[in-house]
Write a protein that binds this ligand. Structure first.
Ligand code: GAL
Length: 666
C-alpha cells in the first residue's frame, strides 16, 4: 500500500473536533498520520505521570477510518519540568552562550540525565503501544541537529578521543600539536572549539564535528534500541533534512533505521521565489534515497505557505500534487503533509497546512483529495520500485566538515559546489545516486567526486579500483589535500589520486571573488568544441604525467598551462578539473563526462520539465514533472501507456502548468 497522510497535532485542538478531522482525512484519501512528536507535556505532565488516554482516543477514532499511525518520540521539545530538573542540560552554543527555555531543541544531546528521561518516555510509549493495531511505526525525535559545546560534551569528547586514538601521544601526532606549542599531556586539557578559542587546530576541529555527529547517532540509537526491544513489529525511522543539513553524517544516522524519513519544503518564507524549479527537492530526494540505497518516506511535505514570523508564498494550484509525485519519482514510498491544520497558537502560527486556521476544506484540501484518489488507485505500483541510476555523486561528510572549518576560499561552499555539479545532471534529466565515498561503485558508468578534500587511503583505493575496472570519474580541485586527521598531505596533489588523474598540481592560486581566468578548450570529441569557459575562485596549475590537456588557462602567469585534463587509467578514464569554476563550467564538464561514459538522459524535455524514472523488475515508470508556468509538449522515444489516465500507447504528451504525467513501459 502507498502511505499517504498528514502530520496531526490533536493535542492542540479541542477533543470535539477530532471525529471531524478523522472523517475529513479519510475522505481525502489519507491512510496514515504522524502523531505526538511534540506532545511530551501532554503524555507526561510530571515526572513518571503518564497519560495515554487522550492518544488512545485519537488512535481509536483514526482506526475507525482505517487510518494508521506513526508515533513520534517527543524528545525534540522537552516540557519545562524536564529542563527545571537539570539546568545543565541546556545546550551551549559555539559562542559559549547557554540556551534558555522557550523554543525547542534546546537540549544537550550528550547529557546523561536528559537521555535518561528520553529513554523513559520512549519506553513508556513503546510498552503502551506495542502491538496496537493502529500503530505501524515510530519516528525518533524530530530533525536531530544542533552542536553543543558544554562541559559534559567536552568530557565526552575527551573520552571519544581516548577511544579513537588510544594514547595522548597519538592525538598530538595526528593533530600536529607541536604547532603553537599545543602539546597535550592530559586528556582533560583538550578543549572544544568554542568561538572564544579563536581558530582551532584543524585536526581538533574535524574530530569535534565527527564527535558531535556520533553523539546524535548514539542519542538516536538509544531510542532505536528501546523500540527494537519492545516493538519488534513496528518500523523505526527519523525525519532528516535532506541535502542541505550538514552537521550529522546522515549515512551513519540512517544505518540502523528501517528506512529514512525526510522533510521537504519547496516554498518557505525564507525564499520568496515565485518559481520553484524542483532542483532542491530532487537533490534532497536523491541524497535521502542514497543513504540506504532504497526508498524513503517523506514525513513532512509542504502543503501551505511556510513561515514563522513572516509568511511564504502559497503552493500554486497543482504544486502540492506536483511535489508529491516529484518525491515519489525520487524514491518516496510514503508521504505525509505538514501539517493537517494551521495552528492558532505558537511559533508556527503562520506555517500553513492542508487546512487553514478555520479548518474548512478549501483549495489545498481539494488538491489533497485529487492526489489521494489517484494514489489510492495507482500508488501501490511505486512502492519498492528502484531507481537505477548509472551516475553517482560522492557525498563526503569528512570533506564537508573539514570545509566548514576551512572553506579554503571565502566564496567557496562545498554544498553549493556539489549542488552546481548536480544541477548540470538534473537539467539534463540524468538520474543520479548520491552515495558515500566508500560505496560499491561497480554498477555506475560515471562517478563525480566534487572536492573530495579529506581522502582516506581506502577511498582512494575504491576510486582506483573503479576507474581501473572501466569507470569514468570526475575529480576536481582541492581533492586529496587532507588525510583523515585533517593534516595536509606531504606529497604533490591530488595526493593519493595523482596516478588515477595523471596530473600533479604544481601550484595553486586563489582568485578575487569577481575575477575570472578564461580557458582555452581543446576538447576534441566533437560536440562542444569551441565553447568558452573560465576558471573562478581557485586555479590549479597542472602538470600532466599521463593525462592529456582538455583546457588551458589563457591569462595570469599560468597562461598556456593545463587547467582540465583527461587521463586513461586501467580500463577507465578520469577528468581532472583544476579550477572551482562556475555553473557554466560545471555544465560543460558534465557534458564531456556523460559523453565519455556514454550515458544519455532518460528523455529530452523542454526547460522546466523534469524527467526521471523508477523501475519495477523490467517495468519502467517514467515521470514527467512540469515545474514551469507554461504548458509543454514532449515527444517520447517510443509509445508508452499513461498510468494516471489509462490512455495509451501515446507518443506525444502535453503537460499543463504544474502537471504530472507518469508513463509505463514494459
Ligand atoms: C520542520 C519541522 C516541523 C515544523 C516545520 C515547519 O522542519 O520538522 O516540526 O517545524 O519544519 O517549520
Amino acid at each position: 500500500m502507498f502511505h499517504l497522510g498528514v502530520d496531526y497535532y490533536p493535542e492542540q485542538w479541542p477533543e470535539e473536533r477530532w471525529p471531524e478531522d478523522a472523517r475529513m482525512m479519510a475522505e481525502a484519501g489519507v491512510n496514515v498520520v504522524r502523531l505526538a512528536e511534540f506532545a511530551w507535556s501532554r503524555l507526561e505532565s510530571r515526572p513518571g505521570q503518564f497519560d495515554f488516554d487522550w492518544l488512545d482516543g485519537v488512535l481509536e477514532l483514526l482506526g475507525q477510518h482505517d487510518i494508521r499511525a506513526v508515533l513520534g518520540t517527543p524528545t525534540a521539545s522537552p516540557p519545562p519540568w524536564v529542563m527545571d530538573m537539570m539546568p545543565g542540560a541546556y545546550r551551549v552554543l559555539e559562542s559559549g552562550q547557554r540556551q534558555t527555555y522557550g523554543n525547542r531543541r534546546e537540549y544537550c544531546p550528550t547529557h546523561p540525565g536528559y537521555r535518561e528521561r528520553c529513554r523513559a518516555i520512549t519506553e513508556a510509549m513503546a510498552e503502551h503501544y506495542t502491538e496496537h493495531p493502529t500503530v505501524i511505526g515510530w519516528q525518533i525525535d524530530n530533525e536531530l541537529g544542533g552542536r553543543c559545546y558544554c562541559p559534559i560534551c567536552r568530557a565526552s569528547f575527551q573520552s571519544w578521543l581516548e577511544r579513537k586514538y588510544g594514547s595522548i601521544e597519538r592525538v598530538n601526532g595526528a593533530w600536529g600539536t607541536a604547532f603553537w606549542s599545543h602539546v597535550y599531556t592530559e586528556w582533560s586539557q583538550i578543549p572544544v572549539p568554542l568561538q572564544a578559542g579563536g581558530v582551532p587546530n584543524p585536526g581538533l576541529d574535524l574530530d569535534y564535528r565527527r564527535f558531535m555527529s556520533d553523539v546524535y547517532v548514539s542519542f538516536q540509537q538509544e531510542q532505536v534500541d528501546v523500540l527494537r526491544r519492545l516493538c519488534p513489529g513496528q518500523f523505526v525511522t527519523h525525519n532528516m533534512m535532506g541535502f542541505g543539513f550538514d552537521q550529522i553524517d546522515y549515512f551513519d544516522l540512517a544505518d540502523t533505521l528501517d528506512f529514512v524519513g525526510w522533510d521537504v519544503y519547496p516554498r518557505t518564507a525564507w525564499s520568496l521565489d515565485r518559481h520553484v524549479d524542483g532542483l532542491a527537492s530532487a537533490l534532497g530526494g536523491d541524497t535521502i534515497r542514497g543513504l540506504k540505497g532504497r526508498g524513503y518516506w517523506v514525513m513532512e511535505q509542504g502543503s501551505g505557505s511556510g513561515g514563522w514570523q513572516t509568511v511564504g508564498g502559497t503552493p500554486r494550484p497543482g504544486e502540492m500534487r506536483l511535489w508529491t509525485y516529484q518525491s515519489v519519482a525520487h524514491g518516496a514510498d510514503g508521504i505525509l503533509y505538514f501539517r493537517w491544520r494551521t495552528a492558532h497558537h505558537g511559533a508556527e502560527q503562520y506555517w500553513h497546512g492542508v487546512l487553514d486556521h478555520h479548518g474548512e476544506p478549501r483549495r489545498r484540501y481539494r488538491e489533497l483529495q485529487t492526489t489521494g484518489a489517484e494514489l489510492g488507485r495507482v500508488g501501490e505500483r511505486f512502492v519498492g520500485a528502484e531507481s537505477r541510476a548509472r551516475v553517482a555523486m560522492l557525498l563526503s561528510y569528512d570533506s564537508r566538515f573539514a570545509f566548514q572549518g576551512q572553506p579554503n576560499h571565502s566564496a567557496f561552499d562545498y554544498s553549493e559546489f556539489f549542488r552546481s555539479y548536480y544541477a548540470a545532471l538534473y537539467r539534463r534529466n540524468v538520474p543520479v545516486d548520491i552515495v558515500s565515498p566508500a560505496a560499491d561503485l561497480s554498477g555506475y558508468r560515471l562517478v563525480l567526486a566534487p572536492a573530495l578534500h579529506v581522502l582516506p587511503a581506502a577511498v582512494a583505493d575504491n576510486l582506483r579500483g573503479y576507474v581501473g575496472g572501466g569507470g569514468a570519474l570526475v575529480v576536481t580541485a582541492r581533492t586529496g589535500v587532507k588525510d583523515e586527521s585533517n593534516a595536509v598531505v606531504d606529497v604533490p596533489l591530488p595526493g593519493l589520486l595523482a596516478d588515477v588523474c595523471g596530473v600533479e598540481v604544481e601550484e595553486y592560486d586563489a582568485l578575487p571573488t569577481d575575477a575570472e581566468v578564461p580557458l582555452e578548450v581543446h576538447w576534441q570529441r566533437g560536440s562542444e568544441e569551441g565553447c568558452s569557459a573560465s576558471g573562478r575562485l581557485w586555479c590549479e596549475v597542472l602538470s600532466t604525467t599521463t593525462a592529456r590537456e582538455i583546457a588551458t588557462y589563457e591569462a595570469e602567469f599560468y597562461a598556456g598551462r593545463a587547467a582540465i585534463t583527461l587521463n586513461e587509467f586501467g580500463k577507465g578514464k578520469t577528468l581532472y578539473v583544476g579550477t572551482f569554476g562556475d555553473a557554466a563550467l560545471h555544465d560543460l564538464v558534465v557534458g564531456w563526462a556523460l559523453e565519455i561514459a556514454d550515458v544519455s538522459p532518460v528523455v529530452v524535455t523542454p526547460e522546466g520539465v523534469e524527467a526521471t524514472e523508477r523501475w519495477r523488475d523490467d517495468q519502467r515508470l517514467l515521470f514527467l514533472l512540469n515545474h514551469a508556468d507554461e504548458s509543454q509538449e514532449i515527444t517520447l522515444p517510443s509509445p508508452m501507456t499513461d498510468l494516471l489516465s489509462g490512455r495509451g500507447p501515446v507518443e506525444r504528451v502535453k503537460l499543463e502548468p504544474k502537471d504530472v504525467v507518469i508513463l509505463e513501459q514494459d
